[in-house]
Design a protein. Sequence first.
Length: 330
Amino acid sequence: MDTQQVSAPSRAPSSGVVHINIRLTDGYTIISNRLSQHRGLSLLAIGLGTHIQSLPAGRRIGIKVLAATFPESEAAIAAGLRELEHHGFLRRTRERVGGGRVATRTESYNHPEAATRRAVPTPVRHREPVPVREPVPVPVREHGPVLAPEPGPEPVRGPEEPEPVQEPDAEPVQEKRDPAPAPRLVPPPTAPKPPPPALPGPCRPSEALYAAAADLLAGLRRTAPVFVLSEDDVRRLVPGVAAWLERGMRPDAVREVLTDDPPVPLRHPAKLLRHRLTAKLPPPLPVAAPVVPLQTCEDCDRAFRSSAPGVCRGCGDVRAGGAEGLLLSA
């Protein structure tokens, strides 16, 4: 009877993650650590890339389809897809299909560097054979005086025989240079973004208005813990909040608009607040028409509207007519 070999269990680490793995036979996908442990991608982008690589070929992965499947917003999913495109894990192109329609072709890469090297053709170097010149015989000089040969008679040419044409010396054959290597296929650079619009400010700034705006910004973390701002961030954003308060917005309404539905994860809360303060600025309240007070006429005790006390229009006309009669009688 054979003795069963028992191997000692591996010692688990005292801290950190402990993997409890079960061998899978179906329902799994091989994901490269280049994606799952990428230092330049956010966790949202890594999750999107992992989900896309686990889908079968031909499955639609548009922004609206992913937003309907997962709890993240369309803006967050669009940002994650742009990260994957920037690092080469995703490539989206628009192609024309039948019927004059345009469809989006999406390509997912588990090894962007290897895919890029495979896409670049290796140039094959072709060299033309260089003609080999035959060696020119060199006369061997013997010992003794060298006598010049006697000039012989020139050959007589016929009337139709052309003169011999002296061929020029053959030009040296130049070796062809190797063609320049093909350019590396990299994503085209994005167009430069326009500068962000200026932060709004109040028309009539005051210390009380600025103090209320600073208190509102510093207290955002009480109701929304992800909006933690530094003192410099509060100092830069105070004019924008003061402009909202000047236009009749209540502090609780401003707080709700600024912190509603933030992206996950929120990396730059100050940038998000600056964008919302600028893009969602409410219009100023309409100016109400001034109310003219009521006055009592000094002659007939009638009520009339005027900014200063006196007489009504009728009594004013009577006074003007009486003054003119006095002037005419004089």
